[in-house]
Design a protein around this ligand. Structure first.
Ligand code: OVV
Length: 399
């Protein structure tokens, strides 16, 4: 159990890797169950089995030392740690249960019809134009049209949410050029979010105020409530924006699958799930080893950062057949695009509902979608993100 992990000299945060991570994943998976990433100074795991095991074993692969490259036991966190993402049990379980009660399936059912109307209205207008940018005109617009209202955010300055997410997700990686560039000129986003999370700036009835009401009942402190509201703002927008963008990209690149969806609208939920497996918006998260642990015969010491390649696990050929294909006949369940285990995405039901509604609205109105120009990527240390996705649609019944 003292084999050395294979050392790889690829940098998973350099521009070439971030621009096309899927071109590089096989070299990490093939190098072994765990590799040493010299450029990062951390271990890495990219196979489904090991990634899923690490996510499951939150006691060994802990989150409280940060889920980015920075080790919170040695470095000052970029911002006060998230009380959900960057904590371990028992604190995690207390905050997560409180948030689970707010983001409930029952609550989401109440939103369904109004969100559906918004999705239909938006897609109607775009179909009329025929050519549009699926990022700027659809993927960014839909979450922004529903999510800030759901939280009960102040109206003024909501556009800062996307800049804020860029900063937060870049900060999980190294302080490279992508990080610096992503922060440039975005200072206002951080101060806006700080203000937006405060009780006096939240509207009554939204999920934000409900966190403070949980604090009033003694479930957490007022300061904790403020930071929990911050989690909604950090994780709730850019993730779904790019999830929807990748859904549209998948439907455009795999016309046979879009035809299946048009023939059976019940596949809308599946289409979104499979699009997340096929292109996972959150590509990676780190964990830190809380004790020495053996991975496939290699001993990892305690206190080491381990980079988990969620997106690579979601295309591991030993787990998925023809993993590069977006395939509505496959069972995508078990993908780790929302993570796995106790930290699995709090907002996953929100994301799924958004994705389902957009997939359905498109399937009802559109006969075909094609790329009208090359997709343009926006580099981020954590997110696989699109800046622009020019598409042309043929309306149902046209031609
Ligand atoms: C999953 C995620 C991403 C970014 C921020 C947070 C969570 C948070 O809890 O603040």
């Amino acid at each position: 159990m003292n084999k050395h992990a294979c050392s790889l000299d690829l940098d998973p945060f350099d521009a070439a890797f971030l621009a096309d991570p899927y071109a590089h994943h096989a070299s990490i998976r093939d190098a072994g169950p765990v590799v040493w990433l010299e450029a990062v100074g951390a271990y890495g795991m990219a196979r489904y089995e090991e990634v899923q095991q690490a996510l499951r074993d939150h006691a060994t692969f802990c989150s409280s030392r940060g889920v980015g490259l920075a080790d919170f036991s040695k470095e000052t966190p970029f911002r006060p740690p998230s009380l959900l993402l960057e904590v371990d049990p028992p604190l995690h379980d207390r905050t997560r249960s409180l948030m689970n009660r707010i983001v409930s399936i029952r609550t989401l059912k109440e939103f369904r019809s109004s969100w559906q109307a918004k999705a239909e209205e938006l897609v109607d207008a775009l179909v009329e134009r025929r050519r549009f940018d699926a990022v700027k005109d659809l993927a960014e617009v839909f979450p922004m049209a529903i999510f800030p209202d759901t939280i009960g955010l102040m109206e003024e300055g909501r556009e800062h949410l996307l800049d804020y997410a860029t900063i937060v997700f870049n900060a999980f990686g190294p302080r490279n050029e992508v990080f610096e560039e992503g922060n440039r000129g975005k200072e206002a986003a951080i101060s806006w979010v700080t203000q937006a999370c405060k009780r006096e700036n939240l509207k009554p009835d939204g999920w934000g105020m409900q966190v403070y009401e949980a604090a009033d009942r003694g479930d957490c402190s007022q300061d904790e409530a403020e930071r929990l509201v911050r989690s909604f703002l950090s994780a709730g927008v850019d993730t779904t924006v790019n999830g929807i963008a990748h859904l549209v990209l998948a439907l455009a690149e795999f016309p046979s699958e879009f035809a299946k969806l048009r023939a059976n609208r019940n596949l809308a939920i599946k289409a979104f799930e499979e699009s997340l497996r096929w292109d996972s918006t959150v590509q990676t998260f780190f964990r830190t080893t809380a004790r020495e642990v053996e991975i496939g015969g290699t001993a990892l010491p305690a206190g080491e950062k381990v980079l988990l390649f969620l997106a690579a696990a979601n295309r591991d050929p030993t787990k998925w057949e023809h993993p590069e294909s977006f395939d509505l006949d496959r069972n995508a369940s078990g993908h780790v695009g929302f993570g796995f285990g106790i930290h699995q995405c709090l907002g996953q039901m929100v994301a799924r509902l958004e994705g389902e509604l957009i997939a359905t609205a498109l399937a009802e109105r559109v006969e075909s979608i094609r790329l009208a120009g090359p997709p343009v990527r926006r580099l981020n240390n954590t997110l696989h993100a699109l800046e622009s996705l020019p598409v042309e649609v043929v309306p149902t019944g046209a031609r």
